[in-house]
Design a protein around this ligand. Structure first.
Ligand SMILES: [Zn+2]
Length: 312
């Protein structure tokens, strides 16, 4: 039944039908995944600057979002908006990133009160798994003990290394992946968005991740694709993000097509809705409307996402 509604929804360009069908979002950043209209309705100034590459995104984020995140009330507002967006678009399961630095900034490094705060977010129609986000750009070795303790808490379903690829060598972060893998958590890494397939290979070898966020440059090298396939790695791909940030020229040439043709496991996800003015259903529709993937293949990807939520 759901299969038919989803396929019809794509073919008829009918978002109402797509909303009705169960989906997951496995590449989502909780502080940046509400939509702009939600914040405007709350009377928050979020400007109207256009995001056209990674530097304008960072500038925008520092100007408008970081100040909101600095208070518990502000952070709660962003997270509520994120989860309302999931519910309104038919996402039933979200693996969402939360920056470990929010614990430092907003909770005075008190892990228990940070976890208590996150634990308040519960919804009947949405299953939330928290992924501890570690930003390469703002990481310092003095944070190591705190991050290890946060992983050890057992509250987080996984970890994810984000932002500028390889700005700090991977070896700084291996201890986190060793611990998380040993604990059976979902290990993810942002890789192959900005850098090429060599860096994806390096991340696979260094971190043994279960999932790669983006990973689109993998299509450059069949050997790395083979390695990812053998390791059963899942790629959580966000087409609009790749295009807005100019890592992919246009939707028609998006590498997800080649990734699927090679038989890599992929899911379709949103990344940062706040910046990209898209949602999970738009992502599926864009891929269908531009003949990147067929409605049947997109439905298969949707269902695959629903099956792997059990690993979390
Ligand atoms: Zn991301």
């Amino acid at each position: 039944m759901e299969d038919n509604i989803f396929i019809e929804g794509l073919k008829e360009n009918n978002k109402e039908k797509l909303v009705q069908v169960e989906k997951v979002d496995l590449h989502n950043h909780a502080s940046y995944s509400c939509n702009r209209q939600y914040l405007i309705k709350k009377g928050i100034n979020i400007g109207n600057e256009k995001i056209q590459d990674i530097s304008s995104l960072i500038e925008y984020s520092r100007k408008y979002i970081t100040p909101i995140k600095a208070t518990k009330e502000g952070l709660a507002l962003l997270l509520t908006g994120t989860f309302e967006n999931c519910i309104n678009t038919g996402v039933k399961f979200v693996a969402t990133n939360i920056d470990f630095k929010d614990c430092i900034r907003t909770f005075d490094s008190n892990i228990s009160s940070f976890i208590e705060f996150l634990n308040e977010f519960r919804y009947d129609s949405l299953d939330i798994k928290w992924i501890l986000e570690i930003s390469r750009d703002s990481y310092k070795s003095e944070y190591k003990e705190l991050v290890l303790r946060m992983i050890e808490s057992g509250f987080f379903a996984g970890i994810d290394l984000v932002s500028t690829e390889n700005v700090i060598p991977n070896k700084e972060f291996i201890c986190f992946y060793e611990l998380a893998n040993k604990m059976g958590l979902i290990t993810k890494v942002h890789a192959g968005e900005q850098l090429g397939s060599d860096y994806i290979k390096q991340c696979i070898e260094d971190f043994e991740p279960k999932e790669i966020q983006h990973g689109i440059s993998i299509v450059e090298d069949i050997n790395v694709m083979q390695l990812a396939k053998e390791k059963n790695i899942v790629f959580n791909v966000c087409p609009t993000s790749n295009i807005v940030l100019r890592y992919v020229k246009n939707i028609e040439t998006h590498p997800i097509k080649k990734m699927c043709e090679y038989g890599l496991k992929v899911t379709i996800a949103t990344d940062d809705i706040l910046y990209f003015n898209s949602d999970i259903n738009d992502e599926y529709l864009k891929l269908y409307n531009n003949s990147v993937l067929t409605a049947e293949k997109l439905n298969e990807i949707r269902k695959f996402g629903n099956t792997i939520r059990n690993r979390y």
